[in-house]
Design a binder for this molecule. Structure first.
Ligand code: PMV
Length: 328
């Protein structure tokens, strides 16, 4: 038997980084999904193969789940990082089904570039937990999947993770996360356009950088608090379906993230290309450093402007994914 589940990636409309300090954030799921197919095995070994946009494709086979480590060299740091999420997701599924020795063949197909601010690792963790638990005969509520996927990110990212990415991927749509409080929100059609500079980032390192800045300069905490105020304002604009105000607040949010040192030249260039193309607003999404920007655009000028930008590896319009994790 095999089981396939999928879960969407996300963009941050507002609030990344500040969410780590208890401010609210509003991530939105987008129609780019990670698919994880799991087959149970007769032994306790694990075999993982992946075909991801930002990977060339790889297969890794582990020894027994009790020693739990790959018995072949893992080809790149990016793949090593991806394997960490898969290992922990399988551990969560074994725990949920009370089957500590369960072995699995796992196949990952993802439309979401890794480490680029689109929540690829959260989507793989969410879909992986859902598929592996179903394969073991257990069906979890999406909120339980979100909670377990958060434990995965928390473990892999050395405690530096908010619930935002995993809750958004499990539930779909627009969500609001503030500390441990997570809720879904009503949202209008949001015409997102994503620009990708082809780079990947290390979320843990960027989060640590913001923490160091706050420790060095007390006023950096005011910047984090200002992002929280902006998010609260943005929630009202979202409820009103006021795209123009949402766009202005996205621009403001990008400026504050730049002040916290997490933008980059190429992300700034993509943000400006999107604005030149007529965006209502544009900002980096996720941890920053490199990866993706998100813009709001009611026409098609932004996608064209981004595709003409030398820094842009890929641009695409991304519909809000109203469905979160699901069995395929
Ligand atoms: O780039 P991503 O998708 O890993 O997003 C990170 C978002 C942060 O707020 C910086 C960290 C977090 O866990 O919320």
């Amino acid at each position: 038997m095999t089981t396939t589940s999928s879960a969407p990636g996300k963009v941050y409309l507002f609030g990344e980084h500040a969410v780590v300090y208890g401010e609210p954030a509003v991530p939105c799921a987008i129609e780019r999904r990670a698919l994880v197919t799991v087959a149970g095995r007769d032994d306790d070994r694990v075999r993982v193969s992946a075909d991801d946009l930002s990977l060339d494709g790889f297969t890794v086979e582990y020894g027994s789940s009790s020693d739990g480590k790959p018995d072949v060299d893992v080809p790149t740091p990016l793949i090593e990082a991806a394997m960490g999420y898969v290992e922990e997701a399988l551990a969560q599924a074994r725990d949920a089904a009370d089957r500590p020795d369960a072995g699995f063949d796992v196949e990952i197909e993802s439309e979401i570039p890794l480490g680029a601010g689109l929540g690829s690792s959260a989507a793989v963790a969410v879909a992986g937990i859902d598929a592996a638990t179903r394969e073991l005969g257990v069906e979890l509520d999406p909120r339980d999947v979100a909670d377990r996927a958060y434990q995965v990110e928390h473990e892999v990212q050395d405690g530096q993770a908010s619930r935002a990415d995993t809750f958004c991927s499990a539930m779909g749509g627009a969500v609001r996360v503030e500390g441990d409080d997570c809720e879904t929100m009503a949202a209008p059609d949001l015409p997102f356009v994503v620009g990708y500079d082809g780079a990947s980032h290390d979320t843990g390192e960027l989060v640590a950088g913001v923490r160091a800045l706050r420790d060095e300069f007390g006023f950096a905490s005011d910047t984090v608090a200002a992002i929280g105020d902006l998010v609260r304002e943005g929630e009202q604009a979202l409820a009103d379906g006021d795209l123009e105000t949402l766009g202005r607040l996205m621009n403001f949010n990008h400026g504050l993230l730049s002040a916290l040192g997490v933008s980059s030249r190429s992300l700034d260039n993509l943000v400006w290309a999107a604005r030149d193309g007529g965006a209502l607003g544009a900002k980096l999404t996720g941890a920053g450093g490199g990866g993706c920007i998100v813009a709001l655009d009611e026409g098609d000028g932004v996608e064209t402007a981004l595709s003409l930008s030398p820094e842009c590896e890929e641009s695409f319009s991304a519909e809000l994914a109203t469905e979160g994790v699901r069995e395929e």
